[in-house]
Design a protein around this ligand. Structure first.
Ligand code: NAD
Ligand code: ZN
Length: 383
């Protein structure tokens, strides 16, 4: 199986470019590449309680064998620990081990570790280099690329953070062998999103590849991660700070985040985003922005990936609307939505804003239209 290399070009930033290496055993050359990517006296290897024993200790051993000084730090697993309190504990532990400015951070884990270790790197001694080493499919196709880091607060997800692009990203698809299947499927939702916003052929290919990706085929996994990273890298290169085009990566996420919040984060991110994409496509169709039939197509693809494509019966649509209203992307009292034009193409909006303010009544209608797949229209909610 070949290794893919994709470059993220940030013409507006000092760091400018970083490589994303994807493939089985891609981590094996890390000891050799680190001095070039992020020369340091000490490497702070940060992971969580699930990943450190499975993959972190072995990697630390290999790096030490390659002549590097490595200090390991373990944070608790799970979104509920992506907090300022854990950030304080982590940076205190780094200070207690007397790490200085000549340290580089290695973030080994899913998106929670990537965001937390990335934020620690962004802030410790006013900024240390970070190399992202994603271990979930979601982190490989999405979270590890793009430079967003941060933590959650009581007021909402990811509200305190920093842009801190990595020096390099290494996605070793072999690490996915230990990932539970529902987590794999959650990552597929983001890959589906990449196809929907940018590449209809890729979307079709993902459908044929789902069974192989779930079954552990490294060729299919590497190809999926590499193409998704290419798409995300292209968007991020053109608009690093989300002034415009980067908003299309939020497709499905306004409703998706609301569903996550309403379910108390018990639903996996990708599942919530899948439902969000269906609702937001329906919104787009009702606005006349999205080509008719796109919603139905998205539901088919999600069903094929074993992902939910309708709101669970115990989730109150009014609570979803209320949660979406408090989303940070609202403008003039209306919530902003990134929408599709058709499969494989995002809607640029007006004046290149890449999103549109949508009246809540329309989102209510779209939520109400989500019956079982196969019944056109589905159950309507009284206005
Ligand atoms: N920065 C960004 O641009 C960006 C983009 C998307 C998502 N995110 C963030 O990513 C987070 C979600 O990421 P996630 O889905 O990877 O969740 P996660 O980091 O919580 O990982 C999911 C679970 O899998 C475990 N795990 C990780 N790798 C494993 C492996 N190889 N084998 C076995 N178990 C493993 C973890 O310990 C955890 O329990 C959210 O906090 C979200 O906000 C950030
Ligand atoms: Zn997402």
């Amino acid at each position: 199986v070949s290794t893919h290399e994709v470059w993220v070009d940030l013409s507006a930033s000092r760091e400018r470019r970083y490589p994303v290496r994807v493939g089985p055993d891609a981590l094996m050359s890390l000891a050799r590449d680190l001095p070039r990517w992020a020369p340091a006296h000490t490497y702070a290897l940060i992971s969580d309680r699930t990943v450190m024993p499975r993959h972190g200790e072995k990697l630390a051993g290999e790096l030490r064998g390659g002549g590097h000084r490595v200090e390991t730090f373990t944070i608790p697993s799970g979104e509920e620990h992506k907090t300022r309190a854990e950030w304080a504990r982590l940076t205190d532990a780094m200070l207690a081990r007397e790490l200085g400015r000549d340290t580089a951070v290695l973030a080994l884990g899913g998106g929670v570790v990537g965001d937390m270790a990335g934020f620690a790197a962004a802030t410790f001694m006013r900024g240390l280099p970070v190399v992202q080493l994603p271990t979930t499919l979601l982190a490989m196709v999405d979270a590890s690329v793009g430079g967003k880091t941060g933590v959650d607060t009581a007021a909402g997800k990811n509200l305190v953070g920093a842009f801190h692009p990595p020096r390099a990203v290494v996605a070793d698809t072999r690490l996915l062998d230990s990932l539970p299947e529902d987590q794999l499927r959650s990552g597929l939702a983001e890959a589906i999103k990449h196809g929907l916003i940018a590449d209809a052929d890729y979307l079709e290919w993902t459908e044929t590849a789902f069974p192989r990706i779930i079954a552990g085929d490294d060729e299919a996994r590497s190809a999926l991660v590499a193409r998704s990273v290419e798409i995300k890298a292209g968007v991020v290169s053109r608009d690093e700070r989300e002034g415009g085009e980067r908003k299309i990566l939020n497709f499905g996420h306004t409703v998706g985040h609301a569903v996550e919040a309403v379910t108390g984060y018990s639903m996996l991110h990708g599942c919530a985003v899948g439902i969000g994409m269906v609702v937001e496509a329906e919104v787009g169709e009702r606005l006349g922005v999205t080509e008719p039939g796109v919603t139905r197509r998205i539901r088919e693809v999600l069903a094929g990936a074993g992902l939910p494509h309708t709101l669970p019966a115990d989730v109150d649509p009014e609570r979803v609307l209320a949660a979406a209203r408090s989303d940070k992307k609202s403008r003039q009292g209306l919530v902003e939505y990134a929408l599709l034009r058709r499969v494989g193409s995002a809607d640029p909006g007006e004046d290149g804003r890449w999103s549109r303010p949508v009246p809540e009544s329309l989102v209510r209608e779209a939520l109400g239209a989500l019956g079982p797949l196969g019944s056109p229209g589905g159950a309507r909610i009284a206005p």
